[in-house]
Design a protein around this ligand. Structure first.
Ligand code: GLU
Length: 550
């Protein structure tokens, strides 16, 4: 009896690996094309670090005419939730990212390198496990959980490395006959890799992001096929990334320490190793200390948070791009109007230690992104968000024509408004423009410098009587504000006032503030002339009369 007989005994129906090698040929892509993947478990949850990976992967594969695929890693079936795949696909899609290949929902997929769900690939893994057994590089291990536990205790007591390796690998040297006998006797087993490495020997590996790293060789005989017939992460990674012809394994750096094992697996399987790119976690600064953004502690760890807050997908993607390549910020400043896809992302320029996530910065990026929206884009996105998360806002927006006028205020010009960072800011920023809402609230406004009611009334009534005309252009409107100031003994110009403060009770700006607060209830708003144009005569009159009647 030889290895081949043992392999046949264990996997009698497995195909020869040449079948899969032919079925999934090298991809016919341009030189330098990046093929990469996002490979989550179907937990439904997408971490902001995962989204960053997708933003980067999408950018790299687009700019090299490569392929970005979604593989679902469901070999640990305990972590699976209902609709977990669809939830992931939709969460990523919310950020404008679509995959070229892979799972579309729980059961459907696209692309010719599938199945893209690991639980559907059992026969493939078994074929490669069989191949390793035939080569003498994998073997059945009959250790019971109790035996393994006992071994671990001994190792701990002796203060040596734990694990299944070297002299501890009890079943590694079983003869083919002994192994076959146990199998025939119905003893339960799993399949382990037979490592040829040694702790004493060092290897040097080049990671695209982290640079050269020195490791001891792997010597662990890790499990490759579990008792349920499914592979472990390590084995599936090797088989899948090889057969899906992945060129770049871009993954979080929690996997760095597995590199020696993965290199040995790829070599034993006769696969070319992909380029490894291990990115650092996104960090958060708290009480002067840095730590990983945590799913448990930080709401912003879940990408659903951004969606709920109404931070536009584009803002989040731009910010994550900036976390990925810090020179993106400078590029954006130099190219304010180019699409993000024009930026040349360089994976080897990613931070080794991890970038800090700064929500204030994200909101700043977002203000810029939103300032470039047209009023129609603005209306559509805000409405979509409001329909899901804010009924009151959605009902305000049901008057489309009027709402579009509001969104047009200080938009589409050379200095667009930048006061909105997220859709959840919008209601507060526009609510006073709607008479229903504004006039139904009391008018106890906080005025600024001029806050004497009689003076306020005097200003407003003179303005409405002698100066107000909705058809004035902006310059005329402005000149009239100055005339009004003049008439009431205020300085026409701020400068004049500053030079001779005793001579005036205030200046034209104080006068226009009275009008602004009366019309909007606020001291700070976008351009008052534009606001008045949108409100129209009738609404302006109603708003002023309320104050005059006080
Ligand atoms: N399923 C693994 C994870 O979610 C994938 C890691 C990888 O990208 O290889 O961590």
């Amino acid at each position: 009896m030889d290895y081949k007989d043992l392999a046949d005994l264990i996997f009698p129906n497995a195909k020869d690996i040449s079948y899969y090698e032919e079925k999934y040929p090298e991809r016919n892509l341009e030189e330098g094309a990046v093929v990469t993947r996002f490979a989550p478990s179907p937990t439904g949850f997408v971490h902001v670090g995962g989204l960053m990976q997708c933003v980067i992967n999408r950018q790299l594969t687009k700019q090299t005419n490569g392929v970005f695929l979604l593989r679902i890693e469901d070999t640990d079936q305990k972590r699976e939730i209902e609709n977990g795949v669809s939830q992931i696909v939709n969460a990523i899609k919310d950020f404008g990212i679509e995959f070229d290949e892979g799972m579309i929902n729980e059961t459907e997929e696209k692309g010719s390198y599938g199945p893209y769900k690991q639980s559907k690939r059992a026969d493939i893994y078994q074929a490669y496990a069989k191949y390793l057994i035939e080569q003498g590089r994998a073997y059945p291990c009959f250790a019971t959980p109790e035996e393994l536990e006992e071994m671990r205790k001994k190792q701990e007591a002796a203060k040596i490395r734990t694990g299944y390796y070297g002299v501890w690998a009890t079943y590694r040297n079983l003869s083919v006959e002994e192994a076959a006998e146990k199998i025939k006797a119905g003893k339960p087993y799993i399949i382990r890799f037979k490592s040829m490495g040694s702790e004493e020997k060092k290897i040097r590996h080049h990671d695209v992001i982290k640079g050269n790293i020195d490791f001891p060789e792997n010597d662990q005989d890790i499990v490759i096929i579990k008792a349920d017939g499914l592979p472990t992460y390590h084995f599936a990674h090797a088989v899948d990334d090889h057969l899906m012809r992945v060129t770049h394994v871009i993954r979080s750096d929690e996997w760095v320490s597995s590199i020696p094992l993965h290199l040995e697996l790829f070599k034993a399987l006769g696969f070319k190793t992909p380029k490894y790119c291990h990115y650092a976690p996104i960090l958060k600064e708290e009480d002067g200390k840095k730590r990983k953004i945590s799913k448990r502690k930080d709401p912003e760890a879940a990408v659903s948070y951004y969606h709920e807050e109404g931070i536009p997908a584009k803002s989040v993607c731009e910010y994550l791009m900036n976390i990925g390549n810090s020179n993106f910020e400078g590029w954006r400043r130099a190219n304010p109007d180019l699409p993000m896809s024009e930026f040349k992302f360089e994976i080897n320029k990613m931070s080794v230690s991890g970038a800090i996530f700064d929500i204030v910065k994200l909101l700043d990026v977002s203000k810029n992104v939103i300032s470039k929206y047209t009023k129609e884009q603005m209306y559509n996105e805000v409405l979509e968000w409001a329909n899901r998360y804010d009924e009151e806002l959605a009902s305000l927006l049901s008057n489309k024509e009027y709402s579009l006028k509001i969104f047009g205020i200080e938009r589409g010009n050379s200095k667009p408004r930048k006061d909105i960072a997220k859709w959840s800011d919008v209601k507060d920023a526009i609510i006073y423009m709607y008479d229903d809402k504004f006039l139904s609230q009391n008018a106890d406004f906080e005025y600024a410098k001029i806050n004497n009611l009689e003076e306020i009334k005097k200003i407003l009534s003179l303005y409405m009587e002698k100066y107000f005309d909705i058809n004035d252009d902006k310059q005329t409107w402005f000149d009239k504000m100055k005339d009004l100031a003049d008439k009431l003994g205020y300085a026409r110009e701020v400068k004049e006032y500053k030079q001779n403060q005793e001579a005036y009770p205030g200046h034209v700006g104080d006068i226009s503030t009275v009008l602004r607060v009366s019309l909007t209830g606020r001291q700070n708003t976008p351009d008052l002339y534009e606001i008045m144009q949108v409100l129209g005569t009738e609404s302006i009159q109603k708003r002023v009369n309320r104050i005059l009647e006080k």
